[in-house]
Ligand binder design. Structure first.
Ligand SMILES: [Zn+2]
Length: 407
């Protein structure tokens, strides 16, 4: 057989198949055609030597914001996708039923990255201005019937529903927004993704304690639904102020509710250590990358990439195959596409991330001034999507030179 492209000599790791070997990977017609130590270079039209590099199923980022030019939080999808070593991204809640058509035409269709979304339960999506105009996230802006119809008509892109389950929302509307979001998700047969941790300003008087928000919310969720931000320093999330995981969260996980890291603006190493020690292991690692959000000090140039979030979780002590699964087969499962993404089985689309596992001394930073010293760092080198090769050159990633100098 003649392959279109041969990746030669890399370390091929696929958690979905429990595969970890040095071999060659052949691609034909945009699909994975074979993995073997015995493929000769003469059997391929093009060969790339990836000796010393990891050859992984294309990384999937379950949480980005990429409605560029419509939301100030919206990043260009390929800058958090193929040009950052990630073959597929999921926008979490930027898009609503009133704004979806532009997302499809101007974001999804032109992108080289596979772009999906979890649709906001609210019609306008979740624009940046929610901080100043919380009504944009209120129940009056939810149209259950129209949203279900849109999801049914665009299942190729819409894979779930997003809501905010946090103190500001509960102080205004109780659990109504989450309940309506869940109704949409259930009627459309997709999972619900729930932001946790205070975000909107709380309207006083607020009778509920922040720690009572999740116990009120969790009974509405079911297997396959997703809670975000377990390592958040914000009150009203999955932990008490002293870092204990709420028992209701662990119970929900027993019932099949999943947890996504949602790295972004909420990450605290101190909370992460305590949460991991109590046995809460997230299902997926969404990066929650977004633009400036109009927040002073929040730079659109800072590295909040998926590979950085993965490197932090490695440093926090999670096993290497576990971290890889959290950015490949598990997010593919979470959005219901495990049959066509997140693995390297022959016949699957040739979506591949080539990554360097660099040894050195790295100082990782969280969102509250905490630091973590690490010895390993995942650095993206290239992405292959449907057999096409894309260089890693996103402005959001530090250069290899900067990394080697210990940025
Ligand atoms: Zn987000």
């Amino acid at each position: 057989m003649t392959y279109d492209l041969l990746l030669k000599g890399g370390r091929i790791v696929d958690p979905a198949q429990e595969l970890d070997c040095i071999a060659h990977l052949g691609i034909s017609g945009g699909r994975i055609a074979g993995i073997s130590p015995d493929i000769g270079a003469g059997q391929a039209r093009r060969t790339l030597d990836v000796t010393g590099l990891l050859v992984l199923p294309g990384l999937i980022d379950l949480h980005v914001h990429c409605y560029q030019h419509v939301l100030s939080s919206g990043l260009q999808p390929d800058s958090v996708g193929v040009h950052a070593g990630v073959t597929s991204v999921v926008d979490q809640g930027s898009v609503g039923v009133y704004t979806f058509q532009g997302f499809r035409k101007f974001i999804v269709e032109p992108a080289s990255t596979a772009v999906y979304c979890f649709l906001s339960a609210t019609c306008m999506g979740a624009p940046t201005q929610i901080f100043r105009t919380p009504a944009l996230l209120g129940p009056e802006l939810i149209d259950v019937e129209a949203t279900v119809q849109l999801i049914q008509a665009h299942r190729d892109i819409i894979r779930g529903v997003k809501v905010f389950g946090e103190t500001g929302s509960f102080s205004r509307w109780g659990g109504e927004v989450v309940a309506l979001g869940k109704r949409i998700a259930a009627m459309a047969g997709v999972p619900l993704y729930v932001h946790t941790g205070s975000l909107l300003p709380v309207r006083e008087p607020f009778a509920l304690s922040p720690e009572d928000v999740l116990p009120k919310l969790l009974p509405m969720l079911g297997p396959g639904d997703i809670l975000a931000h377990p390592f958040s320093f914000a009150p009203g999330g999955m932990t008490t102020p002293d870092g204990r995981v709420l028992p209701a969260v662990l119970d929900a996980m027993e019932q099949g509710v999943r947890v996504d890291v949602g790295h972004g603006l909420h990450f605290s190493f101190e909370v992460a250590r305590k949460v991991l020690d109590q046995g809460l292991i997230p299902f997926t690692i969404g990066s929650d990358q977004h633009g400036d959000l109009d927040i002073p000090g929040m730079s659109t140039r800072s590295d909040t990439s998926l590979t950085l979030a993965m490197s932090k979780l490695l440093t926090l002590g999670l096993a290497f195959p576990q971290v890889l699964a959290m950015a490949t087969v598990k997010p593919a499962t979470a959005r219901g596409l495990a049959d066509r993404a997140g693995g390297l089985k022959p016949g699957m689309p040739a979506d591949i991330s080539v990554i360097a596992l660099q040894e050195g001394r790295w100082t990782y930073r969280d969102c509250v001034g905490g630091t973590l010293e690490g010895r390993q760092r995942l650095v993206p080198v290239m992405a292959i999507r449907g057999g096409r090769v894309y260089p890693v050159n996103s402005a959001f990633l530090p250069s290899l030179e900067a990394l080697q100098e210990g940025e």
